[in-house]
Design a protein around this ligand. Sequence first.
Ligand code: 3HC
Length: 319
Amino acid sequence: MPQNATTDDPRRLAEFEARIARCKTIEPKDWMPERYRKQLIRMMSQHAHSEVVGMLPEGNWITRAPSLRRKMGLLAKVQDEAGHGLYIYCSTETLGVDRNDLIQQLLAGTAKYSSIFNYPTLTWADIGAIGWLVDGAAIVNQTMLAKASYGPYARAMVRICKEENFHKRQGFEIMTTLAGGTREQHAMAQDALDRWWWPSLMMFGPRDKDSPNSDDLLRWKVKQKTNDELRQRFVNITVAQAMAIDLTIPDPALKYNERTKDWEYGEIDWEEFWRVVRGNGPCNRERLAARRRAHDDGAWVRAAAEAYAAKHEPAASVA
Ligand code: 3HC
């Protein structure tokens, strides 16, 4: 069967696609092609996993933040990411899946999460680079997803994008402070940009021609833009910001195209991308081990919550 064919009832499929063409959102109770539901579960669960695993690289700098103000900002950001994961697990559950199953897939190492979180945070400047670049890339992507055809996902993005803006600002402020500080601080900021720039471009996924899921997602308006379009938008925004704080984008091929108004960038190392996606990045094993440990350590909390719910759940009404 051709990649995009579906075995669904043609009449219902036509009604579904007409609804999307009218920019109506699809809600959990609405009929939807099985392929649409499966694509959403795949994409949304990976997004939720990414938010939760994304807490780890930053979490290990909370105790080492250089000031109380920086510590409070980082604490608030990491806490936000946990909330983002919960919102998106909740919206994924509206598609008829159980979040415990999704979490078990993550813990078993069979679920994907964004490759960016498999890189180490070596200095305090990395916390600035993550806020500025990683959350900056997330904002470019998620402001698009706030218009996704699936209602619960789009609505989750609205609040998440507001919080991502705070994340990006606090990261860019850290980078601005360091870049404008001593020679050593400027060097620390430049080193972080050098290490986080290319993995941030990889957050938008493979090139359009190598993206097996984009056809479905664009057809059914989960994505409104392609991976490469979003990546280009991110590059155009971020190059100007780097120049504003006297940092250099680590790409000798970078050049401005007066006609398209785009910053053209060099070739991404797709071997590195797929190596990290397939579990062989610098921190993949460490991240999963930390996630498994946190899950085990939290078992008593889940047991207590379940016991409380069982005790206080309204008694089932007797027919
Ligand atoms: N890391 C890991 N896997 C990736 C990836 C990445 N950066 N980019 C793509 N992949 C995977 C895809 O999941 C897919 O594998 P699968 O078919 O087994 O699921 C394969 O590579 C091919 O990629 P496609 O382009 O076909 O996949 P998509 O159409 O799903 O596009 C995506 C990938 C752009 C990441 C899209 O899924 C998306 O926009 N997801 C929602 C946003 C999201 O997940 N962002 C991740 C970061 S979360 C974050 O930034 C938190 C913030 O607070 C910092």
